[in-house]
Design a protein around this ligand. Structure first.
Ligand code: NDP
Length: 432
């Protein structure tokens, strides 16, 4: 707190992590003797730079760009790029810290990183986004490469923006290699990558329902926050498995359709950059409010926060609990506040943290890197099956460990301990 007084998101992520490690640190004195906590919470390096780009009026605009290369113990740095006006160093440090341990849980040989800019792609023309991506990459490219650091997309970075950044990377380096994931299919991307985080979240939800309730997604009701990449693919998969999504949201509001959201309509509204109130033009029996948090008031079996950090707070989880929610799984990164997380654990509501629940995206990114290295392309079903297998493995490892610790309702602690142990061992063995 003294060293990073203004970095509240980063401190929140580190605090949650250390909170889980208390017993382990008490029982294993080598962690303290090796000064391992201090060594692990500090990023390897932070690259910060000015991005100057020309808008459609010919005016030079300036944004700040970042790449936080957090930890390289398990493999090259890996993590997405976010373009959003709220981006700052604290948010990227928290995301890169989380990414390090998420990647550890997937068992892929990947370190952790995250990058981005306070550039707002909303309302920008295609040419402005292209010029911004080129300017951003001009500053960043020397720090990237297939054995060094491999970015992907995140909030505000569509596959089109990934293509623009990768194209500029190639112009600057004269190399076509797997230095990005989430690439387009025509130039080295993997099938299932766009769907991966959402599908992965649903696969882990399936495993949870089977394990805790001996039931399936069929006939269950859901709310899914957000209406972006993760949320839309999550909702589509739920519907294809016989579940019903009763509500979804965006920054400006939320839509509640008790008969079940028409995901094709919702997704076509978002594709046209319209707001969710347009849904009412087709379904007059749906309800739109201009408060995204109203989503959590809809009584459902399962809640999946898939939008952004700290969107689900204590009041929201109390409401969900009163409405008999069975489980909550995080599609977004750190969408649940610390107080809300503690409440869920204390009240024995099965809760899977993002580190595990949204690891599907990086899992298929890892599969994309494997395909690029081998110069092969796997078909949709092959990638999808591998994704499902990894997500189930993550869940069953967490569940087994939680039973071993006699604490089946604290998967946060278990995810943190398991991911920590692997990074710890790799750092010790390499003297990092
Ligand atoms: P997108 O930019 O595609 O979508 C984000 C969505 O969230 C938008 O619909 C946005 O609405 C909505 N939103 C933003 N703030 C709020 C809010 N306060 N309440 C309700 N809705 C809100 O991003 P992604 O889907 O890619 O990412 C979502 C989350 O998942 C992030 O936390 C990201 O880090 C995480 N994640 C993403 C992965 C991926 O593969 N894409 C992988 C792992 C994690 P609007 O358009 O109105 O702003």
């Amino acid at each position: 707190v003294i060293r990073h007084p203004h970095e509240k998101e980063y401190l929140q992520a580190v605090y949650e992590f250390l909170d889980s490690l208390g017993d382990l640190v008490d029982s294993d004195s080598s962690i303290t003797e090796n000064n391992m906590i201090r060594r692990m919470v500090e990023p390897d390096r932070i690259i910060s730079f000015k991005v100057i780009w020309e808008d459609d009026q010919g005016v030079n605009q300036v944004n700040t760009g970042y790449r936080v290369q957090f930890n390289q113990a398990l493999g090259p740095y890996k993590g997405g790029i976010r373009f959003h006006p709220t981006v700052n160093q604290s948010i990227l440090k928290f995301l890169a810290f989380e990414q390090t341990f998420k990647n550890s849980l997937t068992n892929l040989p990947l370190g952790g990183a995250k990058g981005g800019s306070d550039f707002n792609p909303k309302g920008k023309s295609d040419q402005e986004i292209l010029r911004f991506c080129r300017a951003f990459m001009t500053e960043l490219y020397t720090y990237l490469g297939p054995d060094l650091d491999i970015p992907a997309g995140d909030i505000g970075v569509s596959s089109k923006a990934v293509g623009y950044m990768f194209g500029m990377y190639k112009r600057l380096t004269h190399r076509h290699h797997g230095s990005f994931t989430s690439k387009g299919i025509t130039y080295g991307g993997s099938l299932v990558r766009p769907q991966a985080t959402g599908y992965g979240l649903v696969y882990i939800t399936e495993a949870l329902l089977k394990t805790y309730f001996d039931t399936s997604i069929q006939g269950k009701s859901f709310v899914v926050s957000g209406a972006g990449n993760v949320a839309i693919h999550t909702a589509s998969k739920i519907i294809s498995l016989g579940g019903m999504v009763k509500g979804m949201s965006e920054s400006y509001g939320m839509i509640h359709h008790d008969k079940g959201i028409d995901i094709e309509l919702l997704s076509s509204i978002k594709d046209k950059n319209q707001t969710l109130d347009q849904y009412l033009n087709t379904y007059s029996d749906a309800i739109y409010t201009d408060n995204p948090k109203d989503l959590w008031k809809i009584p459902v079996d399962i809640a999946l926060p898939c939008a952004t950090e700290n969107e689900l707070d204590l009041e929201d989880v109390k409401t969900l609990h009163q409405n008999h929610v069975m489980a909550i799984l995080e599609g977004a990164n750190m969408p649940t506040t610390l107080e809300a997380t503690h409440y869920l654990i204390q009240n024995k509501i099965p809760f899977v943290p993002g580190k595990a629940a949204n690891a599907g995206g990086v899992t298929v990114s890892g599969l994309e890197m494997q395909q690029n290295a081998m110069h092969v392309t796997w078909d949709f079903d092959t990638v999808d099956q591998k994704l499902k297998q990894v997500m189930h493995q993550i869940f069953y490892r967490l569940h087994e460990e939680s039973l071993r610790l006699n604490n089946p309702y604290d998967l946060v602690k278990v995810a943190n301990i398991l991911s920590f142990k692997k990074v710890y061992q790799a750092m010790i063995e390499q003297g990092l």
